[in-house]
Ligand binder design. Structure first.
Ligand SMILES: NC(=O)c1ccc[n+]([C@@H]2O[C@H](COP(=O)([O-])OP(=O)(O)OC[C@H]3O[C@@H](n4cnc5c(N)ncnc54)[C@H](OP(=O)(O)O)[C@@H]3O)[C@@H](O)[C@H]2O)c1
Length: 325
């Protein structure tokens, strides 16, 4: 399958492109060139007028996984207009351009479309109540996609893994700090369903190959707090878990509000696709195995030479806390 992956320098897009490159004809779209990837990459700013149509015409993919986004919650608060364009407008354009050309589309959304106030986990039938610029624009993106292309998949996700910058995921945050004995805080009142990125990739490809359509929760089966996630990482990697102090997110003073409970139910995915994502310990084990094999260094070796987008939403070099943190 000829597969176009947008956001191919991002945490999800790069892992997806790397994992599928041997199986499919993968073309990654990035704003900046990547170095020596095992897949073809094309430099495109998706915010440029006509860019989406041009890239689809040039590549002629059978399918698109649209991962590009402004995924930094706090930067989205600072640059709401850019966030609206990349998170809401671009997905709608992508969906309609794919629909015109009969291209299968999986659009990546987020668990953060929910307000996190529910007592219990959210299903796809729960009404999203996004708060803040990131969540609001991502939800608008979901709606734009399904309106323009009802055959598309919208996947609500939350994941961890190794990234190009080495600092993109919450898993990397804990490993990086704990490995050098640095004390960190872990939120006890933010619950999510962490998914190892390669497990997510497998599920996304299965969805892509299916004839399903509409919204799916594609997350790991276990909900836990970010503090518990950090402790699990410390134990797996053999770090001192007492370096992680439990803390309320409300005391932290982040620009964008974090929902408290982002537990998602995945029954729809299991019923319709016949799969469940592996349990948390299996994913964590694979994350650790990659670490032992030197995968973090390998993935960072694809780093672009000259970062041109520092400080912009979507930049992986802003150093600010991102979704997942
Ligand atoms: N990380 C999580 O746990 C999490 C949780 C829930 C949902 N999500 C969703 O999952 C998807 C992937 O997230 P991620 O964590 O992989 O994000 P990421 O690491 O921040 O990557 C975002 C990607 O989008 C690209 N991008 C941004 N603006 C662009 C533009 N104008 N033109 C072309 N490309 C552009 C970025 O390119 P540059 O490298 O040039 O900036 C980067 O490749 C997003 O839809 C996000 O909302 C993520």
């Amino acid at each position: 399958m000829r597969l176009l992956v947008t956001g191919a320098s991002g945490l999800l897009g790069l892992n997806l492109a790397l994992e599928t490159a041997g199986l499919h004809d993968v073309i990654g779209v990035c704003r900046r060139a990547l170095a020596s990837t095992p897949f073809e990459s094309r430099q495109t700013d998706l915010l440029e007028a006509g860019a989406i149509g041009r890239v689809l015409e040039a590549v002629r993919p059978a399918a698109v996984v649209h991962c590009a986004a402004a995924a930094d919650l706090d930067l989205c608060e600072r640059y709401p207009e850019i966030a609206r364009r990349i998170n809401a407008e671009v997905p709608g354009q992508m969906a309609s351009e794919c629909s015109l050309r009969n291209i299968r589309l999986v659009h990546i959304s987020t668990d953060a479309v929910f307000d996190g106030l529910k007592d219990g986990s959210y299903s796809e039938t729960d009404e999203p109540r996004p708060g803040g610029v990131y969540a609001t624009t991502k939800y608008a993106g979901e709606q734009a996609v399904l309106q323009a292309n009802p055959y598309a998949i919208v996947a609500r996700v939350n994941f961890y893994g190794w990234s190009l910058s080495g600092g993109r995921s919450l898993g990397e945050f804990f490993v990086e700090n704990l490995s050098r004995g640095a004390a960190v805080r872990g939120f006890t009142d933010v619950t999510f369903c962490p998914t190892f990125v390669n497990d997510l990739v497998e599920a996304l490809i299965r969805l892509l190959e299916s004839e399903l359509r509409g919204t799916y929760h594609v997350v790991g089966p276990e909900a836990m707090s970010k503090y518990e996630f950090g402790v699990a990482i410390a134990r797996k990697f053999g770090y001192d878990e007492s370096l992680i102090s439990p803390q309320s997110v409300e005391e932290f003073g982040l620009a964008a509000r974090r929902p408290h409970n982002l537990g998602l139910l995945t029954d729809k995915l299991s019923t319709d696709l016949g799969i469940s994502l592996p349990d948390f310990s299996t994913g964590l084990d694979k994350f650790h195995q990659q670490f032992l094999r030197g995968f973090p260094q390998q993935i960072q070796s694809y780093q672009q030479a000259s970062p041109a987008a520092i400080g912009k939403p979507g930049s992986s070099v802003s150093g600010l806390p991102r979704e997942g943190s």
